[in-house]
Design a protein around this ligand. Structure first.
Ligand SMILES: [Fe+2]
Ligand SMILES: [Fe+2]
Length: 480
């Protein structure tokens, strides 16, 4: 069997020749029931019997890789899919630069690799858990379907990491795979590993912000791991990135459709002042300052996921060649960074300023900078949408030091425009900058389900086109 063929005859669809590795197949088949239990108890609540118009990967080729059809989610064909092997691929960075990539785990980097895979793996089921209550308050069948598509694919991403753990890490890999089903988002005793994945996703504005910002962190991490000299990890991540693009599309278009509904309703009723919140809210839409506060929250929580600005761990995995930079293979430098520096924003004498640090230690900051750049495009288009209705308001990203818990800015307080202030000053203005109980009450009141095909809740505009060339009024979910 070659890599382009996915074996769908077996319990676990795959293009890794699982049928030829009886031990591994048995091990993964042993993990499977626990996964299904997890999906039934922690996956989308109340919709496990619905027929959902989902895409399923049928190839790992760039074109025509997915097919669409109605599926009950518990019967989704989660599989193990690796992108094609790149011939003669070499390690793209660090001490082993230019050597052939590893097909097996190099002993000296075993612990480091396992840790990276477990951390990535932990985020995948976490987001499904965070989003499990959203189906029953979906603003349309179209949106409900997109939520479930994201959910089943995050489930598949979990499979991707579990495959690596089972195939390459023996006994402790199997234990780690079990633990991925044991931890739970928001749990007191066994929380998920990273902060943002223990936050709630209580409403659809949060969901769209999460898929715009936090799934984009996922993209950046996967991009960095796609550069790995450990080839199976690289190939797994390359295929995951194809699926991840849709998650960010859901977030980007979701927020865009929300600001469209708001700006249009304001224009139609002649409300010019975006801060006349009371008048705007009466129109059944979400006011723009609330959307800005949600942006501030989700963006700052997501920045924390990049870890400390200066990190010897990050330097270590780059040196080892197991995690590269964003687009490592397109960067024109020596890919070893030994004498280089990188500017990192730090607090110096009470002020924030760029300080040159050894480039190897600044790799987290660099990936975070690439992330910030990547965020800006969609925000520009949200603002163009607002402006096109003649409303004077711009959504902006707060300063990188605003509302942070991890790294250089954890201990300090900073305004959205980057002025260092005291904790008291921050507390006094927090209601202007971060979502308030009042915002939450407004959003919660709007979260009425809309399940009539082709109809959309008042606070969100219909999409410009449907999924897979279907009309927007297509019945994307057949409710039982
Ligand atoms: Fe994912
Ligand atoms: Fe995702």
């Amino acid at each position: 069997m070659s890599w382009q063929d996915i074996d769908y005859e077996t319990l676990i669809p795959n293009n890794v020749g699982l049928a030829e590795d009886a031990r591994l197949q048995r091990a993964l088949e042993g993990w499977h029931p626990g996964y299904i239990d997890w999906w039934m108890s922690m996956g989308p609540e109340g919709f496990q019997m619905a027929d959902v118009y989902l895409r399923t990967a049928i190839s790992v080729e760039k074109e025509g890789w997915a097919k669409f059809g109605y599926v009950k989610m518990p019967q989704y064909r989660w599989g193990i899919l690796l992108a094609p092997e790149v011939e003669d691929r070499v390690i793209p960075c660090g001490e082993h630069l230019g050597e052939p990539v590893w097909k097996e785990v190099p002993g000296e980097y075993r612990a480091m690799l396992r840790r990276l895979i477990v951390i990535q793996g932990d985020t995948e089921p976490a987001s499904v858990e965070q989003q499990r209550h959203l189906g029953s308050i979906a603003p349309s069948l179209y949106d409900m379907r997109n939520l479930f598509q994201v959910n089943v694919e995050e489930g598949r991403h979990l499979w991707a990491m579990v495959y690596l753990l089972h195939r390459y890490f023996g006994r402790d890999g199997r234990d780690e795979a079990d633990d991925l089903l044991r931890r739970q988002s928001g749990s007191e005793e066994q929380p998920r590993m990273l902060g943002a994945f223990n936050e709630e996703t209580p409403d659809w504005l949060s969901f769209f912000m999460f898929t715009y910002f936090t799934d984009r962190d996922g993209k950046m991490q996967l991009e960095a791991l796609a550069q790995s000299g450990f080839d199976p990890l690289s190939r797994t991540c390359r295929f995951m990135l194809a699926e991840e693009a849709h998650h960010m599309f859901v977030g980007y278009t979701g927020v865009k459709r929300i600001v469209e509904a708001t700006a249009r309703a304001m224009a139609e009723t002649g409300i010019e002042d975006p801060y006349d919140v009371e008048a705007v809210r009466k129109l059944g839409v979400i006011d723009l300052p609330t959307i800005q506060r949600k942006t501030n929250l989700h963006y700052s929580l997501t920045l924390d996921l990049f870890g400390s600005e200066e990190s010897t761990n990050a330097a270590g995995s780059f040196n080892a060649g197991i995690k590269g930079r964003y687009h490592e293979d397109r960067i024109d430098d020596d890919h070893q960074l030994r004498g280089d520096t990188y500017p990192v924003t730090k607090l110096v004498d009470g002020e924030l300023q760029a300080v040159a640090v050894p480039a190897l230690n600044g790799l987290n900051a660099r990936l975070r900078d690439d992330f910030i750049e990547d965020c800006l495009g969609g925000i520009r288009r949200w603002n163009r949408e607002i402006a096109s209705h003649g409303i004077d308001f711009e959504i902006t990203l707060p300063h990188v030091a605003f509302n942070r818990a991890i790294g250089e800015f954890g201990p300090i307080e900073v305004t959205p425009d980057g002025k260092v202030i005291t904790a008291d000053e921050f507390a006094a203005s927090a209601a202007e900058w971060l979502p308030t109980p009042d915002d939450k009450a407004l959003i919660d009141a709007l979260m009425e389900p809309e399940v009539e095909p082709g109809r959309f809740a008042s606070w969100i505009a219909p999409p410009s086109r449907g999924i897979n060339n279907q009309p927007t009024e297509f019945e994307y979910v057949l409710l039982p």
